[in-house]
Design a binder for this molecule. Structure first.
Ligand code: NAD
Length: 498
């Protein structure tokens, strides 16, 4: 069994805390690694390495920094198969889906290669008599990222690529359930020419997170994970004076209007509801057909599609989805299906008894589909994070919109319709951060920003796109007078440009 490491100061470092957690291979249900859980001292070592390396990296001109990112992109392409294979093995998603995970990260690295342009300040020539005003964007120093299990390549890259491009040094605390790919990414970045200490990876749990939150040398923290922890990290990080952005859980609705193209809608619901076993923060977990006729037609088409989903081990590229990440995740999701039955929803497709032949110990769950889910049920209110789709029937468009707006989460939402007026009205009035019109998973492209509303996000700025550059830099504004020899005597009134 492999004992994993931390990656500090440009090299792999064995864990010294004496604490470990098991690393699993979900498709077989076997333990494949021991993951070290960092102590406060190990986190401190990573921060010290980052702090020592950061000034020289910040002083490296942005074009040279961008070239290191460009080389990193080449290495990501070279090792794409290997990364996808390790990612799928540790997470459980299929290899094509793992490649999508890597690709979505790559796109943000590509965006960050534009840092010489993105970091440009502003300049006003002659703002006053002999006075010019200009602004600078400067890196923060040492920053940290705490990431979830469900996108082991994409989310770490969303965090560290823009931060490092801007001249910061980074300490990443990835999920202890999917730690291998983040370690491989750090190795590849080093091979690309990143100076040792600029990207460090510490594996760990709450102890490592708390050490990062309390470390006075960390200027900013970006977190992605469940809402309860997001809120905790936000409060504690702000209390210690850091810049903090935290992205949390979701319950994404897909509204089906009576005029929607039903073939397209059903395909969208199947892919977005069950892909990656529903373990995506942008997965569609609630379908909202408008009108009984739409609902009946939707159910008639959905049931056979959910019953015929192809579930397989992560190595089966033809599978629709693979196992859940851990035995605990499987138990939790199964528990929600039991709960839905108790709460009185109609379980139209029951995947609880699914067993994967040849992989009996793997963490598999068949697709589950609930009809007649009511807004006061826990299976509607809470994030299930599994291959379970709930259908909540709405009488009218206004009811469907209200449902989306009343939910505590506001990450993603979609509307399927042929009516431009309805789509436009929906996009304008829905209280959700990312909206799809006939697009079920509206994850914005890398040069826009990603972020939810309500209890799906805490903090002001979004991830990637221009907000990432704002988050990982601070501005300075210089008011300068040239020639310097102009003498107009002491002035006791507030200076103006007159
Ligand atoms: P999680 O909250 O369990 O873990 C996230 C991170 O927090 C991990 O690094 C973990 O080690 C750490 N952590 C866990 N418990 C902690 C504690 N008590 N104190 C401090 N740190 C702790 O989330 P997860 O299960 O890894 O990921 C799934 C969740 O992430 C879902 O809720 C999903 O919606 C959400 N998610 C959100 C987005 C988004 O952008 N909004 C993206 C992906 C995933």
């Amino acid at each position: 069994m492999q004992e994993l490491t931390h990656f500090i100061g440009g090299r792999h470092v064995a864990g010294t805390s004496g604490r470990f957690t098991e690393g699993w291979q979900p498709m077989t249900g076997e333990q494949i690694s021991q993951v070290p859980l960092a102590s406060k001292a190990e986190v401190r070592a990573a921060v010290e390495n980052a702090k020592a390396a950061q000034p020289a990296w910040a002083a490296t001109n942005p074009q040279r920094r961008a070239r290191v990112l460009m080389k990193f992109l080449q290495l990501l392409e070279r090792d794409n198969d290997k990364l996808a294979e390790v990612l799928a093995r540790e997470h459980g998603k299929t290899i094509p889906d793992a490649k999508g995970d890597i690709q979505r990260g790559v796109e943000v690295v590509e965006f960050a290669c534009g840092v010489p342009h993105l970091m440009k300040g502003e300049f006003t020539d002659g703002a006053g008599p002999n006075i010019d005003v200009y602004s600078l964007r400067q890196p923060l120093g040492v920053v940290a990222g705490i990431t979830p299990f469900n996108f082991p390549a994409m989310i770490p890259m969303w965090k560290f690529a823009p931060a490092i491009a801007c001249g910061n040094a980074f300490v990443l605390k990835p999920s202890e359930r999917a730690p291998s790919v983040p370690l491989m990414l750090a190795e590849l970045f080093l091979e690309a020419g990143l100076p040792p200490g600029i990207l460090n990876v510490v594996n760990g749990d709450k102890e490592a997170v708390d050490a990062l939150l309390d470390d006075p040398d960390i200027q900013a923290i970006g977190f992605v994970g469940s809402t309860a922890i997001a809120e905790y990290v936000y409060a504690r990080g702000c209390a210690t004076g850091k810049r903090v952005q935290c992205f949390g859980g979701a319950k994404n609705h897909l509204v089906v209007m009576p005029d929607a193209d039903m073939d397209q809608t059903v395909d969208a619901l199947i892919g977005a509801g069950y892909g990656s076993a529903g373990e995506r923060c942008m997965a569609v977990s609630v379908a909202v057909p408008v009108g009984e006729k739409t609902a009946d037609e939707l159910m008639r088409r959905l049931i056979p599609r959910v019953e015929s989903l192809k579930i397989g081990p992560s190595t089966d590229s033809s599978a629709d989805y693979g196992p859940l990440v851990t035995a605990q995740a499987l138990e939790r999701v199964r528990g929600y299906v039991d709960l839905g039955v108790k709460e009185g929803a109609t379980l139209a497709v029951d995947g609880r008894d699914f067993r994967m032949q040849g992989y009996e110990k793997g963490f598999y769950l068949g697709g589950c589909l609930f009809d007649h889910v009511m807004p006061d049920m826990r299976i509607y209110k809470e994030e299930i994070f599994g291959p379970v789709l709930s259908v909540v029937r709405a009488k009218t468009y206004e009811d469907a919109l209200r449902l989306c707006n009343d939910h505590e989460y506001g990450n993603g939402v979609a509307i399927f319709t042929r009516d431009g007026d309805a789509a436009r009205d929906f996009a304008a009035r829905v209280q959700v951060g990312m909206i799809g019109v006939n697009v079920p998973i509206p994850v914005p492209i890398a040069y826009y920003t990603f972020g939810g509303w309500k209890r799906s996000a805490f903090g002001d700025l979004n991830q990637h796109g221009p907000d990432a550059i704002r988050f990982y830099t601070r501005t300075k504004t210089v008011t300068a007078r040239w020639p310097s020899g102009v003498k107009d005597g002491a002035s006791f009134v507030i200076p103006t440009m007159e």
